[in-house]
Design a protein around this ligand. Structure first.
Ligand SMILES: [Zn+2]
Length: 432
């Protein structure tokens, strides 16, 4: 708690020094080496204070704006916690490097582990919300229900914190399943919707080494940005020390993002600093995983198509030539590709091409990169098979995440939430 207060005071002092962008960066960089007992720590190079009302949607994976980062600046984000064992390890690793991050917590998780949310606050991290039940259908559900998910999630996290001000007005939509109605509601509440700039696929059945490789590869391709990770994943815990070490070795700097308040004004920035990076820097999108066919056998709704390089022309999203031509493909006797049926949200995606990209393929959050032999007792398409799943009391709390909306919840966890029920093994995705 003391540490948290000290961080807050220091942040305000630095904010007060921000007479101009350059001056602000220089002043805040001075705090990077302030990591007692860890002289070689990566540290947190500066605190970026943002006003959600001025920039309500950020993240180049889906929006035209992202955080105004300098080259080689990185913002770490962790979704879906807190889950005691793994989240605590993530906290320890970050503390050892004096790195501050943003955690997007789930309401039900906060209810189950309120002390875990308070640990985030006490460690000086930013805390955002991530719905109450983590549905992957925010882009399809009635807006009133989406609002309920948002409101309930925020209320749960605030209750865990016991201090409304400790929750930042930051929000990440589960599965990045964006919808304008959802974003508009969030904006009306003064809440900033966070997409991401790149992923590390840490919800998938890949090794921690692969998580590290993807994180660094995609960061190198962009040179800066918001990295989306999951603090509840064991593979992320295993990959994180190496990621932080390599960030330091390659000259990257960590930026901690906090919301503006009456006492803490937004860091001065220029509008162009928030703009989408040139299309050539969006290559990470094209590296989203291919979707194995087996996934769709169990899916009620087909996912949005993944973007490819050919979708980009001068920064605008151009409708692909083929997917709409289903009839033509059938007439020619060519089997339809699995992703051919355009998702329901396509009008939004096209109408809003200048400001927002479509929802990423939903199943990229659900599946492993390559089909493999199922763990004993699990169907081939089950996910979350790594050692992330806790046992005993932790499992009881997680089980409640499987809400009454079983149709969605059985598939709703972006690779992150273990699908378990009390006393049972994980629920295969196709078994409902
Ligand atoms: Zn999530």
């Amino acid at each position: 708690m003391i540490g948290n207060v000290r961080v807050g005071v220091r942040t305000r002092q630095w904010a007060g020094l921000c007479l101009g962008v350059l001056t602000c960066i220089t002043a805040q960089t001075a705090s990077a080496a302030d990591c007692p007992g860890h002289p070689d720590a990566l540290g947190t190079s500066r605190t970026l204070v943002v006003d959600p009302r001025e920039h309500p949607r950020i993240g180049t994976m889906q929006y035209s704006e992202t955080l105004p980062l300098e080259d080689h600046e990185v913002v770490l984000t962790f979704d879906d916690g807190p889950l005691p064992h793994n989240s605590n390890q993530v906290l320890d690793i970050l503390a050892s490097q004096c790195v501050k991050a943003t955690f997007f917590t789930i309401g039900r998780m906060a209810q189950a582990y309120p002390e875990g949310v308070r640990k985030l606050r006490d460690a000086g991290h930013s805390i955002g919300a991530h719905t109450q039940n983590h549905p992957l259908s925010m882009n399809r559900m009635p807006v009133e229900r989406a609002r309920q998910e948002i409101d309930d999630g925020i209320a749960s996290v605030k209750a865990a914190l016991g201090d409304d001000a400790a929750l930042a007005p930051f929000f990440r939509i589960p599965g990045l399943s964006r919808a304008e109605g959802v974003e508009d509601y969030l904006a009306s509440q003064g809440i900033q919707t966070w997409s991401s700039d790149f992923l590390a696929d840490d919800w998938r059945h890949i090794s921690s080494s692969r998580v590290y490789d993807l994180a660094m590869k995609r960061l190198e391709e962009k040179g800066r940005g918001i990295l989306l990770l999951h603090d509840i994943q064991a593979r992320t815990v295993a990959a994180l020390p190496r990621i932080l070490h390599e960030l330091k070795a390659r000259g990257y700097r960590i930026v901690h993002v906090v919301p503006a308040t009456s006492e803490q004004p937004a860091t001065p920035t220029e509008p162009q600093q928030w703009q989408l990076h040139p299309p050539s820097e969006t290559v990470a999108i094209s590296h989203w995983p291919k979707i194995p066919n087996f996934v769709f056998a169990a899916a009620d709704t087909l996912p949005a198509p993944s973007l490819s390089d050919s979708d980009w022309h001068d920064g605008q999203l151009v409708p692909p030539a083929e997917p709409f031509d289903r009839a033509g493909r059938v007439a020619r006797g060519v089997p339809l590709p699995r992703e051919a049926p355009w998702p329901r949200q396509s009008p939004h995606a096209l109408d809003g091409a200048a400001i927002a990209l479509p929802v990423p393929a939903q199943s990229i959050f659900e599946i492993q990169e390559k089909p493999r032999a199922a763990p004993q007792g699990l169907a081939p398409s089950s996910h979350h098979a790594e050692q992330t799943v806790p046992t005993g009391r932790e499992t009881d709390g997680l089980a409640r995440l499987i809400s009454a909306d079983a149709g969605d919840s059985r598939r709703m966890i972006p690779g992150s939430l273990p699908l378990v029920e009390p006393g049972l093994q994980r629920v295969p995705v196709g078994a409902r």
